[in-house]
Design a protein around this ligand. Structure first.
Ligand code: CAO
Length: 424
């Protein structure tokens, strides 16, 4: 079966997490992704947070599946020439260097277009144009500058960052959409274009509902927030703890075993259409007709007590037992799953969301597969490349180098010493 992006060649000049997430997705959809890495060093994540000494880290392997690796010193004369040769034959060039890095390499957009007018240049930066445009950015900085941290956590605590990598992997997702959109537009115009996203923009996009609430605040208290009706609202959206961000109130409630298991909790949504069922299940049938509880509006000032009552019921059951009971009544809820529980989840393995991958150095490891399923373009997760594993392959089969040219390229040192030994 062909893949959706079969025939699309990506020059992957990305590193760390944000850019690699984007190119990994494109590779899963069938693009040929050539990752350029610094000779001898590679993507810095290869050696970060290592668990198996001397082997590529999970940080690297889990972000770089289905790619080929070419080591190239792009600051050396021959390295730059090879890079420019690749720009000529690629459809997309993706990068997430600090601002100014590409220009310092002599690769302005004008130069890139000169080499290949059809190429799409896709970039992730920390910030868009403005006072911070020159700043380097990592995940948590983006979460803070994009509005996520100020709206996460509890009212009486400091701002909190979340474990979901909404700055890095979130930007990768945004960029991937920009790239496929630009590829589609190119089918009409024949021209490439620049696709830019910033981590701050990406986080803010995901925090859209909080900007909504900021504007609602001008018209009175946010009645679904835990600060209502007894707490105080300031001039900006407060942290809402575990309250639901949507139109249906929700909260995290204790389940059986919470005293010893940090994840014995359930997210429970007191959805209006199933209010009658909720009342019956938790043994409060009188709430169905009681005017203090019968309507969503009447319940808003009483949410704290309502959730405390539901929790009293919930705590008799494990999160999985409660799930089973509540699902029979179509009451929206979800267990708090630990990473240990997720790793053992058979259904996630069956759908390819969790995949066991074999690696020559580190053996088998578990990874997250493609979360986006295309019926006509299934994803096969292939292990990440070793550093420079495809040097010769790319010179020969992508750039059409002869044996002599390959040897000369290695001898120039532009591909690094390891490659030279391999070639010998
Ligand atoms: N050959 C030769 N030089 C290379 C090279 C290669 N193959 N690949 C990279 N380099 C050089 C670059 O030219 C640059 O050199 P100069 O600064 O002399 O021009 C240098 O390596 C490093 O670039 P950098 O500034 O991007 O790297 P850093 O480690 O200092 O910063 C980061 C990392 C992530 C903070 C920065 O790249 C950044 O802000 N990126 C944009 C935002 C982003 O994506 N952040 C994500 C962080 S986690 O996913």
């Amino acid at each position: 079966m062909t893949k959706a992006l079969h025939g699309v060649r990506i020059l992957d000049f990305t590193h760390v997490q944000s850019g690699p997430t984007c190119t990994q997705l494109l590779a899963w959809f069938g693009a040929d992704v050539i990752k350029i890495e610094r000779p001898g060093v590679g993507d810095i994540t290869r050696t970060q947070l290592c668990d198996v000494p001397g082997e590529d880290s999970l940080y690297f392997t889990m972000l770089n599946h289905n790619k080929r690796s070419l080591t190239l010193d792009t600051k050396a004369k021959r390295g730059k020439e090879i890079l420019e040769g690749l720009i000529r034959v690629c459809d997309v060039m993706v990068e997430n260097f600090a601002p100014g890095v590409l220009d310092r390499m002599g690769l302005s957009w004008e130069r890139i277009q000169e080499l290949n007018p059809r190429i799409i240049l896709a970039s992730i930066k920390g910030f868009g144009p403005g006072p911070y445009e020159d700043c380097k950015v990592y995940e948590n900085i983006a979460q803070c500058a994009g509005g996520a941290a100020s709206t996460t956590g509890f009212d009486d605590g400091p701002p909190l960052v979340t474990g979901a990598q909404i700055g890095d992997s979130g930007s990768g997702l945004h960029l991937a959409l920009g790239i496929v959109t630009a590829l589609y537009q190119r089918t009409h115009t024949g021209r490439g274009q620049v696709v830019r996203t910033s981590m701050q923009d990406g986080v803010l996009n995901l925090c859209r509902v909080k900007l909504r609430d900021q504007q609602r605040l001008a018209h009175g208290p946010l009645k679904e927030y835990p600060q209502y009706p007894f707490g105080e609202f300031g001039s900006s959206v407060p942290r809402a703890g575990n309250a639901s961000g949507g139109g249906q109130p929700g909260s995290i409630l204790k389940c059986k075993g919470w005293e010893t298991d940090p994840n014995a909790y359930m997210y429970f949504v007191a959805q209006a259409p199933v209010w009658k069922s909720i009342c019956n299940v938790i043994g409060k049938p009188e709430w169905i007709t009681d005017p203090d509880y019968a309507t969503p509006e009447a319940r808003l000032p009483r949410l704290k007590d309502i959730f405390a009552t539901i929790e009293n019921w919930m705590v008799q059951y494990t999160k999985f037992e409660a799930m089973k009971i509540l699902n029979e009544y179509d009451i929206p809820c979800g267990p708090i799953l630990s990473m240990e529980e997720i790793a053992a989840d058979q259904s996630l393995r069956e759908t390819g969301t969790l995949v066991e991958v074999d690696h020559p150095g580190r053996g088998s490891y578990l990874t997250v597969g493609n979360p986006i399923k295309l019926s006509d373009s299934p994803t096969d997760v292939v292990r990440s490349p070793l550093l420079g594993e495809h040097n010769e392959d790319i010179l020969k089969n992508v750039l059409g180098f002869s044996e002599r040219e390959i040897m000369a390229a290695f001898a120039s040192g532009a591909l690094g010493e390891v490659s030279l030994q391999d070639a010998g």
